[in-house]
Design a binder for this molecule. Sequence first.
Ligand code: CTP
Length: 404
Amino acid sequence: MATAELTGKHLVLGMSGGIACYKIAELTRLLTKADATVQVVMTEAATQFITPVTMQALSGRPVYTSQWDARVPNNMAHIDLSREADAIVIAPASTDFLAKLAHGMADDLLATLCVARDCPLLVVPAMNRQMWQNPATQRNVAQLRADGIEVLGPDSGPQACGEVGDGRMLEAAATYEAIASFFQPKILAGRRVLLTAGPTFEPLDPVRGITNRSSGKMGFALARAAQQAGADVHLIAGPVALETPWGVIREDVQTAQQMHDAVMRAVPDYDVFIGVAAVADWRVDHISDHKIKKTAERAIPAFNFVENPDILAAVAKLPHPPYCVGFAAESGDLDVHGEEKRVRKNVPLLIGNLGPLTFGLDDNEVVLFEASGATKLPRADKRTLAGALIAEIAKRLPDTSLIR
Ligand code: CTP
C-alpha cells in the first residue's frame, strides 16, 4: 500500500463507542502510511474501548475528546478541527452516533464537528445485528444517505456478542480502500468494465498442470483503479493469491476455456474489456483421469496439445464489441510485436510491458500502442500505473459505448 493516493489529504477520524474501536488503530496506521494526516476525535464512549494515548501515538497528533478542550487557542475546537479537513470519517459509527447525526444533534465535540462541517462526511457503522436491523437505525441510515452522507458497509459475519449477521464494521483494510476510493475522480462513472487477470491452469492429470508466472497483480490493480474511478467492475481471475479489490465483483476460473466461457457470458453487459490475463495458448487434447504413473520401462509421457481460444480476439470480433484493451508481455522487440499484435487482435489499444518480463514484480513500465502511434508511460509501481492507465483508457472511450 505504498502508493501516494491520499498524499496531502487531511482527515478527521471521529471515533464513537464500540468494540470495533480496536480496528481504528490499524486504520490509522494505513492512512498515515499512505501520507494522509489524521486528526483523531473521540467521544467519551470511545475512550472506554481504546485510549487516546494509543490513538495519539499512531496518528502523531494530539487527540481531542471534549468541546471544552482549552488547547485550541480560540476555544472553538468544534469549528477549527474540521476547517482544514478534506473529509470527516466516523469509524466506528455506533447506533447512537448515527441517530445523533440523523437528527443534527450537537451535544459533544464530535457531533458538533459534524454539524458544523463544510466537508464530506463518511460513516462506517459498527453494531450488533439487531441494532442494525432496528427500524429506527434503518430510518436513520436512510436519512443520512438522503443528506448526502456516505455510508461504508457494514459487513456481515460473526460479531463480538457471539451472534452472526449484518452490522460488523468493515475491516481496517476495506475501510481504507473505501476511503481511498471516495477521493478518486469518477472518470469512469456509469461505465461497466470487464477484466481478465492472472494465469490460467491447464490440467494434465488430477494433480499436475501447465501454468505460467503471472501473479495477477497488474489486472487486480487495474480492476481496483477502475472501481475507484466509478465503474462497475467484474474481474474474471485465474488462480492467484490476491485479495479481491474493494467493490469489485470477482469470478474465479482455472482454464483458458473456462475464462473464455465466463467472458463471453458476461461481455454483453460491459462497455470496456481489458484482457490482462496471461492465457495459456495450448492445453492437452486429453486430460488423464488418473495420476500419470512412471512406468516400469520409465517411458516419458508424451502429450498432444491443442490451441486454446483467443479470448481477446473473440471479444473484439463480436458484432458490437466493447472498447477492447489488450496487454502484451514480450521478451524482446516490443516495438515490432506490440503494434503487430494490436493489429492481429483487432483492438484499438494494446499495452506492452517494456523491458524484462515483470511477472510478480511491483514495478512496471509500459508502452501504449494504438493506430496513431506508440506512447511510453513513466515507470511506476503497479497501483500508480494502473491509475494512469485507467485515465488513458477513460480518455479514449467513445461516448456511444453506453448505448451499444
Ligand atoms: N489473450 C487472450 N486469449 C489467449 C491469448 C491471449 O485473451 N488465448 C490476450 C491476453 O490477455 C492479452 C493479449 O491477448 O491481452 C496478448 O496476449 P499474449 O499472450 O501476449 O498474446 P498471444 O496471442 O498469446 O501471442 P504470443 O504468440 O506472443 O504468445
